[in-house]
Design a protein around this ligand. Structure first.
Ligand code: T1G
Length: 648
C-alpha cells in the first residue's frame, strides 16, 4: 500500500509510503485520489493530515515515468481535487518537498514543515518547469519575484525561510505528526490556494530585475526562460488559464532534448559506483582522516572532510608549513561562515576537530590518510614510506595525484592493496567530482572505503583505472590539443573560447589556462618532453608565450592581455605570434565557424572517451559524461560528450 489512511479521532491521517523518496508515482496518485474520495465521503472526518513515511516528504514526480505516456489521474487534476476538498488538508513536511511534492503541499490548505526540511521546485535542473500548478500557486503564497528565483534556479530553501516568505504556515520543532494534528483540529474552512491573490513583489521592479538576471545566466539552457514565461502567464492570466498554459509548456519541455539529457545525467550520477566487486563489501569505519600537505589542495581536502563532520589531522614538513596549512583551512571555513553556508556553532565544532602538525606520528590513529604533496613521484613515494611507519595496518592510504601512476606510488609500501587514488578537483571543498583511481590489486574494502568517503563528503565518485590523467584530465588534454591545432590552423584563442562558452561551458579553455597560469602546464610539458610521441603533432604556442614570460593573468598577458582590473582582452601580440607560427609551419590559415570549432572539440573528446572505454579505464560511457559535467562544466543540459555521441 503506497497510500494508507488511518484515523485519529475526527482526523484522517493519509500516509504516503513509496520508498526511497516517496515520488508521486502513478500508484501514489491513484492512492491519493481514493483518499480524497474516502475522506470526503466520511462524515466523521473533519480534517486530513498528509504525511510521508521514511526519510522524506514527496521528492517529486517519479522521474522514471517520464519516458512513458502519462497515466491518469494526472497530478494537476489530483491537486485540483485536493484543493477543492470540503475538509482541510494539512501537509506535514519532513526531509524534502521537491517538485511535484511541493506542488502537492501547496494544493493542501495549510503546511507545517519540520525544522530541517527543504522545499524547492528543481524542475529546471531536469530541463522542465513545474507541471502541476507550481508556477501558479507559488506566487499566490510568496512574493512573485521570490517565486521567480525558486522556479528558475531550482534552488531549495529551508523551513524557516519558507515560513518567513509564506510558503509554509508553521515550523515544527517537536513531533511533526502531533503538531500537524493540532493544526488539523484548529484550522478553519479550507481556502484554495488558487483563490488567493498573487503576492506583490518584494520591491518595485524586483520581478523584472530577476528576469533579466535569469535570462543572462541561462547560457543556452531553455528551461529557465520557459519558467520565466510561465510566471509571466501567472501574472497576465486568471489562475485557470495560467494553469492550462503551464501544462502546455511543461508537456513541451518534457519531451525536449534538454530534458532527456538532464534525466540522463541525473540517473548517471547516481549509478557511477554500482560495481559488482563492491557487493557485500563493507567499507572500513571512517572518522579520523589524515591529510599530508597543507597547500591549496591539501587544505581544500581537509576543509571538505571537516565540513562533512570528520576529524582531520594535517601534516606538513615543518611547523611553519603546518601553521600555513592550518591558516588556509581556517580561511576556507571562515569563508563558508561568511557566506552563511556554516553556522557559528558548526564552524567552531569543525575547527575543534582539526589539528595541524609537523610530525607523521600525529597520523597514528587515522582511519584514512590522503596525500596531497607535490606532484612528483619521488616525493610521493617518500611520503608513503613515512606513512608506512606510523599508520595502523588497516588504515586506508590515498594519493590526490592528478595523473601519476598510483600503482607506482604504492609499489614499495608494506600494503599496496590499501592504496588508491582520490583525485579531487580544485576547489576541493566545492567541486562535486571525485575520481577514485583503482590500481591493479586494490583491496575491495579499500575501494569501498573510498566510495564511502565520497558519499560522506557529498561528492560524486567515478571509478578510474590508472593512466595519465585518468578520465577528466585525459579528455581535457584532448580538448586542449584540438584547440591548439585550431590556433595553428586559423582560429584565435578568443574565438575558440567564445564558441565553447556559447556552447555552454562556464569558461573557455584559453581563459582558464591564463587564470591557472601557463607556467604550470609548461613545466609539465618540459618534464614530459623526453617521452613525448615525436609523431604526434605538437603546438609550441603555449611554450612560446611562456618563454617570453607571458604566464597569463598573473603576468598581465598570456593568450589574452589583461587590463588593470584583471579583465581579459584579445591580444594583438598573441594573434601576431600565432599567425607567425602558422607561417613558420607552412600552414595556410583558414576561417572557422563557431559550429566547426565546437564540433571538432566534441569529436576529440568523444574519440578520447572511446579510447578510455576500450582501455577499461572507465567502467561505462555514462561515467565519462558524469566526469566531464562535474569536473569541467560540460553543459549538463547537453548530457555529456558520450551521450551526444550515442544520440547522433
Ligand atoms: N523520481 C524517481 N526516483 C528518484 C527521484 C524522483 N523524483 N528522486 C530520487 N530518486 C531516486 C534516485 O534515483 C535514487 O535511486 C534514490 O531515489 C535516492 O536518490 C510534476 C514534473 C530527493 C534530494 O528533481 O534531488 O516533480 O539509485 O541518491 O542523495 O512539477 O534524490 O537508490 O535506485 O539522490 O538522499 C522533481 C530529485 C521531479 C528531485 C534525495 N524532483 N531527487 O537525495 O538520494 S520533476 C526532483 C533529488 C517533478 C512536477 C515535476 C534527490 C533527493 P537509486 P539520491 P539523496
Amino acid at each position: 500500500m503506497v497510500v494508507r489512511i488511518d484515523r485519529d479521532g475526527c482526523v484522517a491521517i493519509v500516509t504516503i509510503d513509496n520508498p526511497p523518496v516517496n515520488a508521486v508515482s502513478h500508484q501514489v496518485r491513484l492512492g491519493l485520489w481514493e483518499a480524497v474520495d474516502a475522506t470526503e465521503g466520511d462524515p466523521d472526518v473533519s480534517a486530513v493530515v498528509l504525511i510521508c513515511s521514511g526519510r522524506t516528504f514527496v521528492a517529486g514526480a517519479d522521474i522514471r515515468e517520464f519516458g512513458q505516456p502519462p497515466k491518469e489521474p494526472h497530478l494537476p487534476d489530483l491537486l485540483l481535487r485536493i484543493e477543492a476538498a470540503t475538509k482541510p488538508w494539512v501537509a506535514a513536511i519532513h526531509g524534502t518537498a521537491l517538485g511535484g511534492g511541493l506542488e502537492l503541499a501547496m494544493a493542501c490548505h495549510t503546511r507545517i514543515a519540520d525544522a530541517g526540511a527543504k522545499l524547492g521546485l528543481p524542475e529546471v535542473t531536469l530541463g522542465l518547469i513545474p507541471g502541476a500548478g507550481g508556477t501558479v500557486r507559488l506566487p499566490r503564497l510568496v512574493a512573485i519575484d521570490l517565486a521567480l528565483v525558486m522556479i528558475s534556479t531550482g534552488t531549495p530553501i529551508g523551513a524557516d525561510r519558507a515560513q518567513e516568505i509564506g510558503l509554509v504556515d508553521s515550523v515544527s520543532t517537536g513531533d511533526l505528526l502531533s503538531n500537524a494534528m493540532l493544526i488539523a483540529l484548529s484550522v478553519g474552512a479550507p481556502q484554495p490556494t488558487l483563490a488567493r491573490e498573487l503576492r506583490a513583489e518584494t520591491a518595485p521592479g524586483a520581478f523584472s530585475a530577476g528576469v533579466e538576471k535569469i535570462l543572462a545566466r541561462a547560457r543556452g539552457q531553455l528551461a529557465p526562460a520557459v519558467a520565466v514565461q510561465a510566471l509571466q502567464n501567472a501574472i497576465d492570466f486568471p489562475a485557470e488559464e495560467a494553469l492550462a498554459r503551464e501544462r502546455a509548456l511543461f508537456l513541451k519541455m518534457r519531451d525536449s532534448e534538454e530534458a532527456k539529457a538532464l534525466r540522463h545525467i541525473f540517473f548517471a550520477e547516481r549509478s557511477t559506483v554500482r560495481l559488482d566487486r563492491l557487493n557485500g563489501i563493507a567499507p572500513l569505519p571512517l572518522a579520523q582522516v589524515g591529510v599530508v600537505g597543507g597547500g591549496t589542495m591539501g587544505a581544500g581536502i581537509a576543509a571538505a572532510c571537516l565540513l562533512s563532520g570528520l576529524s582531520v589531522t594535517m601534516v606538513e614538513r615543518d611547523s611553519n608549513a603546518a601553521q600555513a596549512g592550518h591558516n588556509r583551512v581556517r580561511a576556507i571555513l571562515d569563508d563558508s561562515l561568511k557566506r552563511g553556508k556554516l553556522t557559528p556553532a558548526a564552524h567552531s565544532k569543525d575547527m575543534a576537530a582539526f589539528a595541524a602538525s609537523d610530525s607523521y606520528e600525529a597520523l597514528a590513529s587515522a582511519d584514512l590518510v590522503i596525500e596531497a604533496a607535490f606532484e612528483d613521484l619521488g616525493v610521493k613515494q617518500a611520503v608513503f614510506a613515512q606513512l608506512d611507519k606510523v599508520v595502523r595496518p588497516e588504515a586506508i592510504l590515498a594519493s590526490n595525484t592528478s595523473y601519476l601512476d598510483v600503482g607506482a606510488i604504492a609499489r614499495d609500501t608494506a600494503h599496496p592493496g590499501r592504496i588508491l587514488g582520490l583525485h579531487f578537483f580544485a576547489p576541493a571543498h566545492i567541486m562535486k567530482l571525485l575520481e577514485i583511481v583503482a590500481p591493479q590489486g586494490l583491496d575491495d574494502s579499500a575501494l569501498a572505503s573510498g566510495v564511502a568517503l565520497a558519499k560522506m563528503l557529498g561528492k560524486i565518485p567515478v571509478l578510474s583505472g590508472v593512466c595519465d590523467g585518468f578520465i577528466a584530465n585525459r579528455i581535457m588534454s584532448a580538448y586542449r590539443r584540438e584547440a591548439e591545432y585550431m590556433l595553428e590552423d586559423g582560429a584565435l584563442p578568443w574565438q575558440i573560447d567564445k564558441a565553447m562558452e556559447d556552447y555552454g561551458f562556464p569558461m573557455g579553455l584559453f581563459r582558464m589556462q591564463d587564470l591557472a597560469g601557463l607556467d604550470i602546464s609548461w613545466a609539465m610539458r618540459k618534464r614530459q618532453a623526453a617521452i613525448r610521441d615525436p609523431n604526434q603533432r605538437y603546438v609550441r604556442i603555449g611554450d612560446l608565450l611562456c618563454e617570453a614570460g607571458h604566464f597569463g593573468r598573473k603576468t598581465g598577458r598570456g593568450y589574452y592581455v589583461y587590463d588593470d582590473q584583471g579583465r581579459a582582452h584579445p591580444s594583438p601580440e598573441t594573434a601576431a605570434l600565432i599567425e607567425a607560427e602558422s607561417a613558420q609551419r607552412g600552414i595556410a590559415r583558414r576561417n572557422f565557424s563557431d559550429a566547426s570549432i565546437t564540433d571538432r572539440i566534441l569529436e576529440a573528446m568523444q574519440l578520447e572517451g572511446r579510447r578510455i572505454l576500450d582501455e577499461g579505464i572507465a567502467q561505462r560511457s555514462d561515467d565519462i559524461d558524469v566526469t566531464m559535467v562535474n569536473a569541467f562544466g560540460f553543459p549538463r543540459w547537453k548530457g555529456g560528450p558520450m551521450y551526444l555521441l550515442a544520440s547522433n
